[in-house]
Design a protein around this ligand. Structure first.
Ligand SMILES: [Zn+2]
Ligand SMILES: [Zn+2]
Length: 290
């Protein structure tokens, strides 16, 4: 790979997290376009306080937005024009509550690389972290919507062909070094059921995840353990627990993200947030085994 100098310190993501607190650095408020009727930033504060879980907001940022249901709506709520208002709201909260961090989730696609680089360079100092995720294998063809994924499988001829394309874009995301963290690295598996995993054990242990881990380590990118998979047929985190020990042994750094879009998502995930926090801190096996 082309060696790019490391420009930023990925560990800045941990700066605000108090040592005895667990964290969840992937929480969506009503600033996210897919969650306009969801909770406000402030609505989550009592939960963070009650469960002693540091919350990092990672609302969806988009330069433009294409809405199939409403073609007139081409602006995402959180865009270049409104990002300062988002920051203002979140910074007011951060002044009072030390257990809140500010972040954004970006939708990575290779054609948007330069734009993303420019925007994140401008705003890096004003946010605590930036997450990048692959949600499309073709521009504006989301793989996290079942019908879209099915038509891509039809177009490419097989799920495996779509998988290949997906992982190529993931590699580009990490190599770009635009983000502190890669979100849900194998989210493309979200609709795969346990039965399908039994027929295709390679889905449950896709070695490409380990390769992504190596690349994360080289580029000092953090990998997220994303819990949204529990809300889908996959019923496992992204990446699933089978890889986690290998990746930790490889030296990959992790954060936990529930990808909550509602207060219920968050409270339903508390036990898993704790468990994964323990695993990535190396405490889980010890306490469970002995
Ligand atoms: Zn995402
Ligand atoms: Zn998300």
């Amino acid at each position: 790979m082309g060696e790019k100098p490391i420009k930023h310190n990925k560990f800045r993501i941990f700066r605000r997290i108090l040592p005895n607190w667990d964290h969840d650095l992937h929480v969506h408020s009503n600033w996210s376009q897919d969650n306009l009727n969801g909770p406000s930033l402030a609505d989550y504060i009592p939960l963070a306080e009650r469960f002693k879980i540091h919350i990092g907001f990672a609302d969806h940022f988009e330069f433009a937005f294409t809405n199939v249901k409403d073609p007139k709506c081409n602006k995402c709520r959180l865009n270049q024009g409104s990002v300062d208002n988002y920051l203002e709201e979140i910074d007011k909260i951060k002044e009072i509550y030390p257990f809140i961090s500010s972040g954004l989730e970006f939708n990575f696609f290779p054609t948007r690389k330069e734009k993303l680089q420019e925007f994140t360079d401008d705003y890096r100092d004003q946010f605590d972290f930036f997450i990048g995720g692959v949600h499309e294998v073709e521009e504006l063809h989301s793989i996290i919507i079942k019908n879209n994924l099915n038509s891509l499988i039809h177009k490419y001829g097989s799920f495996n062909a779509v998988l290949d394309k997906f992982f190529k874009i993931e590699v580009e995301l990490i190599k770009s070094q635009i983000f502190d963290c890669i979100a849900h690295p194998d989210v493309i598996y979200r609709f795969i059921t346990e039965g399908e995993r039994n027929n295709h054990p390679e889905y449950a242990f896709d070695e490409r995840i380990l390769e992504l881990g190596t690349l994360c380590e080289k580029t000092r990118t953090i990998m997220e353990v994303n819990l949204s998979g529990y809300r889908f047929p996959w019923n496992n985190p992204f990446p699933n627990l089978k890889y986690l020990h290998h990746l930790i042994a490889q030296g990959v750094s992790f954060v936990v993200g529930s990808d909550s879009h509602s207060l219920e998502d968050f409270t339903n995930n508390v036990l898993n947030i704790r468990k994964i926090n323990q695993i990535i801190k190396g405490e889980y096996l010890f306490t469970k085994k002995f």
